[in-house]
Design a protein around this ligand. Structure first.
Ligand code: PMP
Length: 354
């Protein structure tokens, strides 16, 4: 039988799409994916859940009611204002499937807003950040008037730049947009700013994305959207059945119970971020950018070479050179991991400069 050409069979918007690549490069020190270096749940509290493991033949609760209840209690919101996703990635997909484009987002930012728009055949517009990595408000407001985006995605703190956008500018966008503004607060727990949750009751055109991934539970792929109940009802129509598996539901609930442990880990990460920023600032030829997240973006003179040399030392960062020239992103690890990273970076820069 003649071989099928699957590339030609794919829809046009898929042919020109590049898959999201989460490269797996084995390294001792993994500081590339903005994960937490700490797991907040003792193993025994999971494996003692007999009722969970004795019902693995059954589908999970399709509405994840207990988990929604736990999140609602924790954040003082209603369960009906929550939509759970297999990671916030899935919710980004559901939002664009539900409301369609045009989608508007700044750039550089989290790549899934663009990838999901293209995969779903929806137009999207990327507006470059200004030189301080803040929103270019004039261009955004102009574009809102011109293309009337159905959805605007604002990641604050922003990945990969690490800063929060000016809240005044975010308010201007919310006030100007006739449609929906999604504030992606994946990194909010690490930020000194309050975030937009308290504003949900006054603004019906905003919704907030949160995730368990950055606070120690990336493996369970659980994120959630918080918004007006009518908005959640519409997006829920495009959610796949049973999208949160039973083990993830149980572990996420356990995570909320262990909030104190999560918060203590966040404190250590924030302290380490400050220390690492200081260390990076003291290195000749390194320009770190202030961060409100669990990572730091920094520039070096030859990002490709530094990235490769660090891998030789067993330290994996994210190479962002093609997105922000000369930039690498380091996730905050444990104090020990951060020490090894700094030592390896010093040796790398010495070897390049000698
Ligand atoms: N939003 C932002 C801003 C992110 O950086 C990420 C992860 N890189 C996500 C959402 C997706 O997170 P999740 O693991 O919940 O899919």
């Amino acid at each position: 039988m003649k071989d099928l050409n699957f590339y030609n069979l794919a829809r046009n918007n898929i042919q020109s799409l590049h898959a999201y690549i989460a490269k797996e490069i084995p390294c001792k020190i993994k500081l590339d994916a903005n994960e937490s270096p700490y797991c907040p749940i003792p193993l025994k509290s999971i494996f003692s859940k007999e009722d969970l493991f004795s019902t693995l033949n059954r589908y999970p609760d399709p509405e994840a009611k207990e988990l929604k209840k736990a999140i609602a209690k924790d954040l003082r919101i209603t369960p009906e204002s929550i939509l759970l996703g297999n990671g916030s990635d899935e919710i980004i997909n559901c939002l664009i499937t539900t409301f369609g484009g045009p989608v508007l987002h700044p750039i550089p930012t989290f790549v899934m807003y663009a990838i999901a728009s293209q995969a779903l055949g929806q137009s999207h517009m990327a507006i470059p950040l200004d030189s301080a990595f803040d929103l270019d408000i004039e261009s955004i407001l102009k574009s809102i008037k011109k293309i009337k985006p159905k959805l605007i995605f604002l990641s604050s703190p922003n990945n990969p730049t690490g800063n929060c956008f000016s809240s005044e500018k975010i308010f201007k966008i919310i006030d100007t947009s006739k449609n929906i503004v999604i504030i992606d607060e994946a990194y909010q727990p690490f930020s000194s700013q309050k975030g937009f949750l308290p504003l949900l009751k006054d603004y019906h055109n905003i919704a907030i994305l949160r995730t368990f991934s950055k606070i120690g539970l990336a493996a369970i792929r659980t994120g959630f959207l918080i918004g007006h109940e009518d908005l959640i009802k519409e997006v829920n129509k495009t959610r796949l059945p049973y999208n949160i598996n039973a083990i993830s539901q149980a572990i996420a609930i356990e995570g909320i119970k262990n909030k104190k442990i999560i918060n203590s880990h966040i404190k250590v990460i924030i302290k380490e971020r400050k220390r690492l920023y200081g260390e990076l600032s003291n290195l000749k030829g390194v320009q770190p950018f202030p961060s409100e997240a669990n990572f730091i973006l920094f520039k070096v003179s030859d990002a490709e070479l530094v990235y490769k040399k660090l891998i030789e030392y067993g330290v994996l960062l994210r190479n962002l050179n093609t997105i922000v020239k000369d930039a690498l992103r380091v996730t905050i690890g444990t104090p020990e991991e951060n020490n090894i990273f700094i030592q390896s970076l010093k040796l790398t820069l010495d070897s390049i400069n000698s």
